[in-house]
Design a protein around this ligand. Structure first.
Ligand code: B12
Length: 208
């Protein structure tokens, strides 16, 4: 789905007029009438965020405007939670925990990825931004996780993931670990291929 679709135009218009609820209603109406899938919707929401990031970088969008857009997108994503569960397989073959490391506050991409895991048949637990590694370890233990998905948006936090990986894999050698996010978008030099995962092609637990 390209960026000049009726959904994108409609969401842009509602964001411009600061109509958060209108944006949520439009998203659900588009899902209800079958003109978009959840995957299409999340792609459009990602494009909206990336574009506002570019505007912020150019100085044509203020920080508060970027935060407003982020808030609208978050409301839409959370409002889809029951739809995602309804569309997911009933049997959940494995459990994944999703988190971002200390001081990493970007978590919306990870939140959308959580839903992609659920739709692929995983029991997925979103633990969000800025999670200390000992808390992550405790969660993995208590939730009986088979896999962990870690997100970094900046290079600083990409480096921070190294210690998360060594601590987690020393404690649970069979734990599957994936990393991703904008910090890995261009390249992953020095990072093993098996740590990488295409967010648009999440495997079902049986395909691992
Ligand atoms: C919204 C936003 C914020 C919000 C975050 C809100 C939130 N709770 O998430 C706020 C305002 C907090 C923020 C803060 C900052 N931000 Co910011 N932010 C963005 C923005 C505009 C959108 C991010 C987003 O949600 N994108 C949409 C989602 C869906 O995409 P995504 O995150 O890439 O996730 C997808 C994939 O990457 C993947 N994925 C994500 N995680 C994982 C994990 C795994 C395992 C896998 C497999 C895949 C995967 O799946 C997702 C779905 O496809 C981007 C612009 C951009 N180009 O992305 C900048 C951006 C990420 N931010 C940036 C920067 C620099 C900052 C700040 C340092 C700014 C500042 N000076 O304060 C701070 C850092 C704060 C911190 N300590 O973390 C830079 C990062 C540059 C870099 N690579 O180093 C970007 C790229 C903007 C830019 N063009 O410069 N930001």
């Amino acid at each position: 789905m390209s960026s000049d679709t009726p959904l994108r135009a409609g969401l842009d218009e509602r964001i411009r007029s600061r109509d958060r609820i209108g944006a949520v209603d439009l998203a659900h109406a588009s899902l209800d009438d079958g003109s978009v899938t959840l995957g299409d919707l999340y792609r459009v929401l990602s494009e909206i965020l990336v574009d506002v990031g570019v505007e912020w970088q150019r100085g044509t969008a203020a920080v508060w405007q970027e935060h407003f857009v982020t808030g609208v997108v978050r409301t839409i994503v959370e409002s889809c939670a029951t739809r995602v569960e309804a569309a997911a397989p009933e049997e959940r073959g494995a459990t994944v925990v999703l988190a971002a490391p200390g001081d990493e506050y970007h978590d919306l991409g990870l939140r959308m990825l959580t839903d992609r895991f659920i739709l692929a048949g995983w029991q997925a637990h979103f633990l969000g931004a800025n999670l200390p590694v000992d808390e992550l370890s405790a969660a993995v233990e208590e939730l009986g996780a088979d896999a962990v998905a870690l997100s970094a948006s900046t290079h600083f936090h990409r480096v921070g993931l190294r210690s998360y990986i060594s601590i987690m894999s020393a404690a649970r050698p069979r734990l599957r670990i994936w990393v991703g996010g904008p910090a890995f978008a261009r390249e992953h030099e020095g990072w093993e291929d098996e740590l990488m995962l295409d967010p648009l092609d999440v495997p079902s637990p049986g395909d691992l």
